[in-house]
Design a protein around this ligand. Structure first.
Ligand SMILES: Nc1ncnc2c1ncn2[C@@H]1O[C@H](COP(=O)(O)OP(=O)(O)OP(=O)(O)O)[C@@H](O)[C@H]1O
Ligand SMILES: [Mg+2]
Length: 291
């Protein structure tokens, strides 16, 4: 169920003395099954953008289509949209409230009016998808670590069986280990379910490793929208808007500048390793040829 944004703008406080244009004429097509990163400096409009995808915010101008239907049409079922496009807010653990983890994850599907068995089955599956062990299911969510709480909150959205999962800064406030674990888990659930995943982040390093497409936001506009390696070609322009290419891309550029014949078209540590190994293999072959 693709989502299309057609010239979408959003102005906060339109009728006040201090209106803020948070989104400016956004055109986007989000097809089924993509893994997308949305990157931008603080205040660039990322959270505003993603809250339009499930109809939580209404565009000031422009149209949003879900599966070909305009979501602002009178007869469009917004409640259904919210279950199809699951949005995990920044610091979602603040919204956990039930006495135990399992009951909390049941909350969403229960509201969809499903049978008790179906609700519990979905909650169980969702908790498995986020990699939470059974031993935590009947604990209070407040006794869990930061990373575990976040998994529970993500499971709560997954239990609605969304076709699109949007995560707004899912690694914010986690330590490096918690950050890597949650990103690995998101990547794994993407592979297992095949749903569309949209990951909002400040960090190119986080996003580059996982996504197939990066949307770069600046001042409410989409400035780049392409495969990671294509976007990182513009690393100087990215720096000007407070962003950067992944650290390995810079390392490869340094090697090039020092005369090593390696490609800088590299965005992950694994790709850098392969490229450096290729260089040494070529070097060894050349030496052999000469000797
Ligand atoms: N409720 C609001 N009222 C007025 N202005 C707002 C409101 N929410 C956000 N803004 C403004 O809209 C712009 C976009 O904000 P938004 O929260 O979408 O950015 P963001 O990219 O998600 O930032 P961050 O990385 O800090 O989460 C900013 O200038 C922000 O100050
Ligand atoms: Mg935000």
């Amino acid at each position: 169920m693709p989502i299309i944004l057609d010239k979408v703008s959003h102005i906060y406080g339109q009728d006040t003395n201090t209106p803020v244009k948070a989104l400016n004429n956004i055109n986007l097509v989000i097809p089924d099954g993509q893994f997308i990163g949305i990157i931008g400096h603080t205040g660039s409009g990322k959270s505003t953008l993603v809250q339009h995808l499930n109809g939580l915010m209404k565009a000031t101008a422009g149209n949003i289509y879900f599966n070909g239907e305009d979501i602002d049409d009178d007869d469009f079922d917004k409640k259904k949209l919210r279950s199809k496009v699951g949005l995990v807010f920044q610091y979602p653990e603040h919204q956990l409230f039930e006495t135990d983890v399992f009951t909390d994850v049941c909350f969403g599907p229960k509201n969809l009016g499903l049978s008790k068995t179906e609700v519990e089955l979905r909650a169980y599956e969702a908790l498995k998808l986020v990699g939470l062990d059974d031993e935590y299911f009947y604990q209070s969510p407040f006794e869990l670590s930061g990373g575990q709480k976040r998994r529970v909150a993500i499971a709560g959205v997954l239990a609605m069986k969304p076709q699109v999962l949007v995560l707004d800064e899912p690694t914010a406030g986690l330590d490096p280990k918690g950050r890597d674990e949650i990103l690995e888990q998101i990547s794994k659930l993407k592979k297992e379910t095949g749903i569309t995943v949209i990951l909002v982040s400040h960090s190119m390093d986080d996003v580059a490793r996982y996504v197939e497409r990066i949307i770069v936001m600046n001042r409410g506009c989409v400035v780049y929208d392409d495969a990671p390696r294509e976007v990182f070609r513009y690393y100087r322009e990215l720096e000007e808007i407070g962003l950067a290419a992944p650290q390995v891309t810079y390392m490869m550029k340094d090697l090039q500048e020092h005369g090593y014949d390696v490609s800088d078209n590299v965005t992950t540590i694994d790709e850098a390793k392969d490229e450096i190994m290729r260089y040494f293999t070529r070097l060894a072959a050349a030496k052999k040829g000469n000797g």
